[in-house]
Design a protein around this ligand. Sequence first.
Ligand SMILES: NC(=O)c1ccc[n+]([C@@H]2O[C@H](COP(=O)([O-])OP(=O)(O)OC[C@H]3O[C@@H](n4cnc5c(N)ncnc54)[C@H](O)[C@@H]3O)[C@@H](O)[C@H]2O)c1
Length: 444
Amino acid sequence: MKERLLRAIERKSAKIVVLGLGYVGLPVACRFAEVGFRVWGLDRDEEKVRRIGRGECPIEGEEPGLPELVARVMAEKRLTTTTDYAVCRDAQVVLVVVETPVDPETHKPRYEALRGALTSLAAHLSPNTMVIVESTLAPGTMDRLVRPLLEEKSGLRVGEDLYLVHCPERVMPGRLLYNLRHMSRVVGGMPLEAAEVAVALYRHIVEGDLDPTDCLTAELVKTAENAYRDVQIAFANEVALLCETMGADVWRVRELVNKSPGRDMHLPGAGVGGHCIPKDPWLLIANAGERFTPRLIPAARAVNDGMPLHVAELVVDGLREAGVGIEGSRVAVLGYAYRENTDDTRNSPSEVLVRRLREMGAEVVIHDPWVPAYRGDLEERVRGCDAVVVMVAHDEYREMDLERLRRVVRRPVLVDGREVFPVEGVRARGWVCRRIGVGTRRDG
Ligand SMILES: NC(=O)c1ccc[n+]([C@@H]2O[C@H](COP(=O)([O-])OP(=O)(O)OC[C@H]3O[C@@H](n4cnc5c(N)ncnc54)[C@H](O)[C@@H]3O)[C@@H](O)[C@H]2O)c1
């Protein structure tokens, strides 16, 4: 199996199916097509399959190079899209790139999409296929779920008829193609020799390091790197909250902390969103078992989840200074995506903020230039509002003219959740300003 797969990969004659054409799967499929493989993109979402089939990129955010690449590989017939699993029958490589969320209440992994995809795939698998799971997984999932499910439903044996690989992604909306090409990747193999074959495959599209290892290590690396980031952000947020309480400025504190060698204090902010950082820490500890109780990682999650609620408190405080209560006020929330210049609204901190403001009796209007439901003229959206909250550092907000905006709002209260404006500059333009990590009292 190994030699046959290596030959097909080297000649680019291996048939590749990418199962799941989302933020990750679509760029991966396009890149393999671009370098000369014949690629089939499979998704259960008929509308998405139709759009990509017409050469359209369904991702609305700024994704340099992706819309052009989708159009080109479709026009050259290097990529074919379908909803039919029969296409997996004679594939030599199948990449599984479906969503792997966690339950919002229990924080346990929800593998409906993964189970569904693997079950449908197993019915069509042929011997001598390499199945690569790119989706992020709780450590132990390749061994406890992916392997037994595929073996049971297909009747094929891992190691004899199948290679299993876990090659998690390190892409990020806004930099999908760039990261895919330049970031190093960890490649877990089951058996280990499968990793060698997968490294040969990824070498065609990845310029960064490809580090072969076992599946458990690969699962741990991916979830740990995102949990690491979450903990770092939580630390910055905690210091920001402390600075606010003590009347200090976290941005100056951070700048000076980072002058100390080896320190890299992250940016505090209005919350952590997206499909990865808020859930991968939960995936990391999902199978910790009963003998070990993680404490730091859940604590970091709690700090970060609390940030949009803290923004709501800043709104209340800013309105108080302007002489009004939150009940009956009209608040504009700018930015609904989870990060700047993307359309990705998954686990958006703005969703939490909007819910909280409405619970407190505010009327909320939402604007986001990248999210179709909230597009529109910014000035019209904030007209007559009592407070404006910047939740995402979209370029459009960085370029906002605060003088003009002040003339259309009812009360000039600005809450900056993302270090978009310097506080003094905002105040000089006649606004009441609240900013994460900047206290309004000074005790000397
Ligand atoms: N989005 C990111 O920036 C990012 C970065 C690194 C890793 N990841 C990981 O990659 C994985 C995919 O994330 P994504 O953002 O691309 O998700 P996504 O929701 O954008 O895409 C998943 C796609 O899979 C399809 N799908 C689901 N179940 C299916 C089934 N049974 N059959 C066929 N198609 C099915 C969905 O219709 C969807 O188009 C996740 O595990 C995520 O954690 C994502």
